[in-house]
Design a protein around this ligand. Structure first.
Ligand SMILES: [Zn+2]
Length: 257
C-alpha cells in the first residue's frame, strides 16, 4: 500500500487507498470488437446493434433529488427548515453518486467480459463540438467514469480500450463511408444515406463509425483478414431455441448482485 487518505462526507467516513500493482500483461489480439456511442440520457449504443439503458432505480433517485432540490431552493436561506432540507438533499446526492458508481462498475465489467477491444469517442474532443446545452456536467461525469472503469479493467487482463476522434461519426454512412450533406437534427432517430440508401438507427451508425476509426481495429482486420463484414457482429451468436439474456438483463443481474 502506498497511501491512505481518510475523508468525511456527511455522516460517513471514506478511506481512499492507493496500491502498487504488478505490470499489466501484454495486449492480446482482439477477436471481439465493439464501438460504443455514448448517447444522451445515459444510454449507450453498440456497433453490434444493442442499446443498454441504466436501470430505473437510478432514474428514480435522480428524480427524487431534483424534487428535493427544488424544495430547498424555495426555502429561506439559513433557516432551520433550510438546514434540515439541505442535509436531506446531501444524503440523496450521495446515494445517487453511489448508485452511478455501482452501475458504472457493473456495466464496465459486462463490456470487458464480452469484448476484447472497446472503442469510445474521445469525450474531451466531443465536448468542444457539442452544443453546450446538451453537455450537462453530470452526464459527462458519468461517461467519463465509465470510460475510466473500462480502461483499467481492460488493461488488467490485456484487453484493449481505445478512444477516437468523434468528428463526423454521426454524419458518415457506416456502410459506404460517404458523408451526408444534410445534418441530422436531434429528433431524427434514423440515419438515411443519400448515397447508398442505407437506413439505420443514428446511434448504431455512429457506434459502427467509432469502431471503424480505431487503429487497433484497422490493424487487426489487416492481420486476421476479417473483411468489413466483421463489423456489427460479435462472436456470441444466439443458438436456435436457446434463451440468451440481453445485455440489459445481464446488467440488472449484476447490479442486484
Ligand atoms: Zn451509404
Amino acid at each position: 500500500m502506498k497511501t491512505c487518505t481518510i475523508k468525511k462526507e456527511g455522516k460517513k467516513w471514506f478511506a481512499f487507498i492507493t496500491i502498487e500493482l504488478p505490470d499489466y500483461p501484454e495486449p492480446i489480439i482482439p477477436l471481439t470488437m465493439v464501438g460504443i456511442d455514448l448517447g444522451l440520457n445515459n444510454l449507450i449504443a453498440t456497433s453490434d446493434g444493442k442499446f443498454i439503458e441504466p436501470p430505473k432505480l437510478l432514474r428514480n433517485a435522480e428524480k427524487r433529488l431534483a424534487v428535493e432540490q427544488r424544495k430547498l431552493s424555495n426555502m429561506e436561506y439559513g433557516s432551520q427548515n433550510y438546514l434540515k432540507q439541505k442535509r436531506k438533499v446531501n444524503r440523496i446526492h450521495r446515494k445517487v453518486k453511489g448508485t452511478r458508481n455501482h452501475i458504472s462498475h457493473c456495466l464496465s465489467k459486462l463490456l470487458v467480459a464480452k469484448y476484447d477491444l472497446i472503442v469510445f469517442e474521445d469525450l474531451k474532443i466531443k465536448n468542444l463540438v457539442k452544443n453546450s446545452k446538451l453537455s450537462k456536467s453530470i452526464h459527462d461525469a458519468s461517461w467519463g467514469r465509465l470510460v475510466q472503469h473500462v480502461m483499467y479493467k481492460t488493461a488488467e487482463i490485456g484487453k484493449i480500450m481505445e478512444k477516437v476522434d468523434p468528428k463526423n461519426t454521426s454524419q458518415t454512412c457506416s456502410a459506404c463511408g460517404k458523408k451526408s450533406k444534410t445534418k441530422l437534427k436531434l429528433k431524427d432517430r434514423i440515419f438515411h444515406c443519400e448515397h447508398c440508401g442505407l437506413k439505420i438507427d443514428r446511434d448504431i451508425n455512429a457506434s459502427i463509425n467509432i469502431l471503424l476509426k480505431s487503429i487497433t481495429y484497422k490493424n487487426t482486420v489487416g492481420l486476421t483478414g476479417i473483411n468489413g463484414c466483421g463489423v456489427g457482429t460479435s462472436t456470441t451468436s444466439c443458438k436456435a431455441g436457446m434463451q440468451v439474456p440481453t445485455m440489459n438483463q445481464q446488467l440488472l443481474n449484476l447490479i442486484k448482485g
